[in-house]
Design a protein around this ligand. Sequence first.
Ligand code: SF4
Length: 204
Amino acid sequence: MPRVIHPLSRPYATRWGAPVVDRVDTAIFEQRYFVGCMDCTYCFDSCCAYGVDVDGTNVARLQEHQEGLEALTGVPMERWFSGEWNDDKEFPGGRQTRTRVEGGACVFRNRQGRGCLIHKYALERGIDYHLLKPLVSALFPLTFDYGLLHPSNEIQDSSLQCYGDGPTLYEGVRDEVAWYFGADLVAELDALRQGALAQNAPST
Ligand code: SF4
């Protein structure tokens, strides 16, 4: 399947107004990864090694859970984020910072087991994890830049440990795309995927 930057029929914003996507890299319908992160036995959460960009509104929602998240992570709130802020209209609220990295991983990565402690915290308390987990983490290995929905860098440079094996990137995070951007974008992406598959089907 050739890689194509395909314009969408209209811009699609997340439920928080940003980011907005108006194009898609059709490589998301082709490239593959393991998807079942918690069933993986070999990556040791390596995709969390560098921390993640997080928007200001998400930071505020996390800070509302200071006591519980400090107890779960063992990391005081003062060490959750880099402290460096950038204005960026592609993030909800128009600015973003980054989770801190300590000991070779995001401060929110589970040191006693697997996975993301924000996600674990939300599940244990019956909170929709999308409200607390950074959207860049939930959408991974898709990401967004200047209106383009596309594979994350770790896919583009093939450095993701589980790259190449399993469902497509889009299949892996289709539900996440729906949660953030809505059913209309998913319907348009589904149609694009079908068209791309038909175009690339072997002729008989
Ligand atoms: S916030 Fe969670 S999922 Fe995102 S990089 Fe940190 S530990 Fe990983």
